[in-house]
Write a protein that binds this ligand. Sequence first.
Ligand code: IPE
Ligand code: IPE
Ligand code: MG
Length: 260
Amino acid sequence: MAVRRLPNVPVADLASLEDSELLARVKALPLPQHVAIIMDGNGRWATQRGLNRVAGHREGVKAARAVVRAAHEAGIRFLTLYAFSSENWSRPSIEVTTLMTLLERSIDQELPELQANNVRLRVIGRPNGVPSSVRQGIERAVAATAGNTGLTLFMAFNYGGRDELVDAARALARQVQAGELRPEDIDEARVGQALYTRGVPDPDLLIRTSGEMRVSNFLLWQIAYTELVVTPTLWPDFGARDLYLAVAEYQRRDRRFGKV
Ligand code: IPE
Ligand code: IPE
Ligand code: MG
């Protein structure tokens, strides 16, 4: 029989703790190795305040900064942030352009802190279609942080879970065509190796903000047994505390992986 983790303090009680105390409680139990976040609700946050959607994206960048810092402080190994999906191209062009500019600018601005915190930046998604200045900026930051050994931060940018599976299928087909691989040798491990996330453990915890109960084409293969936490909080309002509360919720879950 699987050993079940006994429930610790109710999450409602944790909510009354100071940030530092909450962090200490969360750190006292096994942490998720890999946390993935669907950062949703920037547009609604802005609209509720009578602002332009773009103002919501600007605030969203601040929330992302706070959460990267918080993940680093907690000692989480991998953090994946969904920043722009393969479907987001169908938004009004002014919004798409602003998102690209914001990403380019924030990567530049955040680089010193990423370096100071020993964070390694990586990107998942298709490079095609991303303006070349944005691509070059990302590549520079990825190269500059490649030797860092702390938190690995994956930005999912122009990312689609189905695109990723299509790319993996093509890569495997090419290996078969070249005579390097037999179809019967394709197994879960080979597929995993053909994904953008090769070598990275699957997310233990997936957080989605803004209350939407869907995965929106995010890490479809990798979330097979991921614990889901959906919070009504809109992304610009999400902070370190919310991350730690989601981790505390995760720590109360009983992960069974199909066993009893
Ligand atoms: C998330 O916020 C940011 C991106 C998808 C780039 P949204 O822009 O989706 O905000 P809502 O969902 O419209 O409120
Ligand atoms: C998911 O949010 C994509 C990102 C957070 C980048 P969306 O706002 O695009 O998802 P839907 O359209 O509500 O499913
Ligand atoms: Mg949305």
